[in-house]
Design a protein around this ligand. Structure first.
Ligand SMILES: Nc1ncnc2c1ncn2[C@@H]1O[C@H](COP(=O)(O)OP(=O)(O)O)[C@@H](O)[C@H]1O
Ligand SMILES: [Mg+2]
Length: 238
């Protein structure tokens, strides 16, 4: 079966900084795949390269067999994937509902936008309650839900989540991980970048471990949970 996402010898650089040095990743339909690694390993750069937000220096990004390596960022959502970026960038001076509608910019049919909105409100009842409120007045956890909700508004088949649990209270972190599992059960395939290794491996099927721009280990979540598998990259890796 064609993988939903395939990175082949994927490289990304910022001037002289080689952020990603040729990685190969495959994600099958229906999986949650975790991309792990210490600060600076190249995880966010990988996500941005897939989403078209940074140019890929070398290698290919294949989405369901289609080469999307050089698509401009605004065309990536219509191809079927969206990124919820690190640091949950919601528009603080727009309402919750307007933030969500902005996520549906690839959809021109009004009824389809309302259907997508209904689905997000069913997943996140708090967003429906707060729909008329400015996003800037939401708690951190609610803003994270809004950021994920916005990414879901164009009905992606693949959702890229960059550090969704960062800076959230433990109880909210649990809710975010539970939500990610629910999304997968609804048929959304997920690439999850996390510093919360235990939380990510508890819901992931497989994981890749990055260090200094390379994949240094990959395996099933169970294999990666074994203590030795993760130690190298985190010991003094910061
Ligand atoms: N906009 C940028 N300009 C220059 N260097 C960058 C930029 N963004 C990230 N880097 C560098 O690229 C490397 C990978 O960063 P990043 O992908 O953000 O790692 P991670 O998400 O794993 O913490 C780091 O060395 C970082 O300093
Ligand atoms: Mg990052």
């Amino acid at each position: 079966m064609t993988p939903l996402l395939k990175l082949q010898n994927f490289k990304l650089r910022y001037g002289a900084v080689q952020a990603v040095r040729g990685i190969d990743i495959e994600i099958r339909k229906g999986e949650i795949v975790a991309l792990l690694g210490a600060n600076g390993a190249g995880k966010s750069s990988t996500m941005k390269g897939i989403a078209g937000l940074e140019p890929v220096a070398e290698g290919r990004v294949l989405f369901d067999g289609r080469d999307i390596t050089d698509l401009p960022p605004e065309e990536i959502p219509s191809a079927g994937l969206t990124l919820s970026p690190e640091g949950r960038r919601v528009f603080g001076t727009l309402t919750v509902a307007d933030n969500l509608r902005m996520g549906a910019y690839t959809i021109t049919d009004k009824a389809a936008i309302e259907t997508a909105l209904r689905r997000v409100f069913d997943l996140f009842p708090i967003l429906e309650e707060r729909q008329g409120q400015y996003a800037g007045t939401l708690s951190g956890g609610q803003q994270q839900m809004l950021a994920i909700g916005r990414a879901l508004m164009c009905n992606p088949r693949l959702l890229l989540l960059d550090e969704p649990s960062l800076g959230l209270a433990p109880l909210i972190v649990e809710q975010v991980f539970a939500l990610i599992s629910t999304l997968r059960d609804q048929g959304v395939t997920i690439l999850l970048v996390e510093q919360n290794v235990a939380g990510a491996l508890a819901i992931a099927d497989r994981a890749y471990l990055m260090a200094s721009g390379r994949i240094i280990r990959e395996g099933s979540a169970a294999e990666m949970r074994s203590a030795g598998a993760m130690a190298d990259s985190y010991l003094g890796g910061h």
